[in-house]
Design a protein around this ligand. Structure first.
Ligand code: GLN
Length: 290
């Protein structure tokens, strides 16, 4: 069977099962099976796929028909141009979170200038709290020169996966298993976090891909969705150098609440940013000198 016929047949199976974005899923699966980029695959559409390749593609599609996300089936997700390994008990990196990394990188450059003037040494310390796959902290470690990055999470699976991604991407950073700040001993120039922020009562309403396959530990922000922001904002004050930054990803309806928590706890210069869908997604602030 040609790649074209095979992909058409399998696309149809995904559509019949009401799988969202079936076209892009088929492409991802076919690229994996054929072991090439999509542009190369297009040139090979009239060629025969081997029986083994056809079986592998069909098996992926059968798995996807249960609504299991592609990233768990294929075991990886691209983030900031790098391939991060995924694991079933850890949240899949999201494109919105790339915005958080971009903002963090920009702010670190500014901070570095200032720090150089103060101390002559521009080395900056960054903490990724609730690191999951490690996508935020590892990206910062790879993209910003002369930073020292610590990544923290409570979950065994997240710690294992972050270490795996650290090796895979050859990032120089430290991984710490801790319940929020319990085992954190250092101070930082920047704390970045994409904590669990979905309200418990919203979880049953999420799409099947998320609800049935992603770990609720990484999603559940408790009754009001703000549990982790509240704790991190309070506790981070002890772990930030003066004028250090805190950056959060937030849910689309959480801007006012999170800004309120920051202001209440003495943070200043609160800024926000929307994502590509025009939804509130990032909040940033500084903790001033006392
Ligand atoms: N920091 C990780 C991410 O952004 C995990 C977030 C989480 O588990 N809530 O993907």
């Amino acid at each position: 069977m040609t790649w074209q016929a095979l992909m058409k047949e399998e696309l149809e199976r995904l559509r019949q099962a009401d799988i969202p974005e079936a076209d892009s899923d088929i492409r991802l699966f076919a690229m994996d099976v054929a072991g090439c980029t999509y542009s190369t695959l297009i040139l090979r559409m009239a060629e025969e796929a081997s029986e083994e390749q056809a079986q592998k593609l069909r098996a992926y599609v059968t798995e996807r028909m249960t609504h299991k996300p592609c990233q768990y089936i294929l075991g990886s997700q691209e983030f900031m141009g790098m391939e991060f390994a995924t694991a079933p008990e850890v949240l899949i990196p999201r494109p919105e979170t790339e915005l958080l990394v971009e903002q963090a990188c920009g702010k670190l450059e500014k901070l570095r200038e200032k720090k150089r003037k103060q101390t002559g040494d521009g080395k900056l310390r960054v903490l990724d709290m609730c690191c999951g796959s490690g996508c935020i902290g590892i990206s910062v470690a790879k993209l910003v020169p002369a930073v020292s990055v610590d990544l923290a999470d409570i979950s065994d699976a997240a710690i294992t996966l972050t270490k795996k991604n650290r090796e895979r991407l050859q990032a120089d950073c430290t991984v710490i298993q801790t319940d929020l700040f319990a085992q954190i001993e250092e101070k930082y120039d920047m704390i970045i976090s994409n904590p669990p922020y979905i309200r418990t009562d919203e979880i049953p309403k999420l799409m099947a891909e998320v609800r049935d396959f992603e770990p609720h530990l990484a999603l559940d922000g408790k009754a009001d969705g703000l549990y982790f922001y509240d704790k991190i904002i309070r506790e981070a004050r002890e772990y930030l150098y003066e004028d250090g930054y805190i950056l959060f990803e937030i849910g689309q309806d959480q801007l006012d609440a999170v800004r309120g928590l920051l202001v209440e706890n003495g943070y200043v210069d609160v800024e926000e940013m929307k994502d590509y869908a025009g939804l509130d997604r990032i909040v940033m602030a500084r903790y001033p000198a006392l």
